[in-house]
Ligand binder design. Structure first.
Ligand code: FES
Length: 220
């Protein structure tokens, strides 16, 4: 399959046109936006292929769960890894939705150690590399994960994450009250890494105070 066809751009499209088309297509294919996981994964493969300079992408069996598992496993490297390659940060992530199942609280001091020892699947816990100029949301999607979002522009709290460790730069948003920012809440669609390592609890949109800032995904 031609990745340019999947993104709907010409093969000679420049980087910014490809990135724009990708963002538009994400809005159509993301499971939160009424799309399907298969379409979303196909788009991720196409975008990765273009960024890597590959002319074709491998077709994969849409019913095969290993599609997600393999890309996720590549992103997830439990244990103590060396520092990230130059120009990237290593983000350790944990899905807020699994906390209650394990009796964990979001402010537990040893939360990530407990998660690392809990044999969670790569969609719930792991590590992935974030390029310095991409957002945390884009990095998660590039690794094949469908993290929640709605507007991708700082107008809602659907993409909120809790930054437990590390530094990010967040483009301006008037949505998050200062108190939440002080508590570590950030918008993953607007954040870029500014430290070598990050620890992030994603999918925190149901935390008290964030629920009412959410918007219906289908609006965008
Ligand atoms: S998706 Fe709406 S602020 Fe990030």
């Amino acid at each position: 399959m031609d990745p340019f066809e999947v993104l709907g751009v010409d093969p000679d499209a420049d980087e910014s046109a490809v990135a724009r088309a990708y963002r538009d297509r994400v809005k159509e294919t993301h499971p939160d936006q009424g799309g399907s996981r298969d379409a979303f994964m196909r788009l991720q493969r196409a975008y990765t292929a273009i960024r890597n300079g590959e002319a074709l992408i491998q077709e994969e069996n849409p019913d095969d769960d290993s599609v997600t598992a393999s890309s996720a496993a590549a992103a997830s490297t439990p244990g103590e890894p060396p520092g990230p390659p130059p120009g990237t940060a290593r983000m350790e992530y944990l899905d807020y939705e699994v906390l209650a199942d394990h009796g964990w609280e979001v402010d537990d001091e040893d939360l990530f150690e407990a998660a690392a020892a809990a044999d969670l699947g790569p969609e719930s816990y792991g590590r992935l590399l974030v390029e310095r100029e991409e957002t945390l949301l884009e990095a998660a999607e590039r690794a094949g994960f469908a993290w929640p979002f709605a507007c991708r522009g700082g107008a809602c709290a659907n993409c909120a994450v809790l930054l437990r460790e590390g530094e990010v730069e967040m483009a301006q948003s008037h949505v998050l009250p200062n108190g939440m920012v002080e508590e570590g809440i950030r918008l993953s669609c607007l954040c870029r890494p500014r430290s070598d390592t990050l620890q992030v609890v994603y999918n925190v949109k149901h935390l008290p105070g964030l629920d009412e800032l959410r918007l219906p995904s289908q609006r965008f």
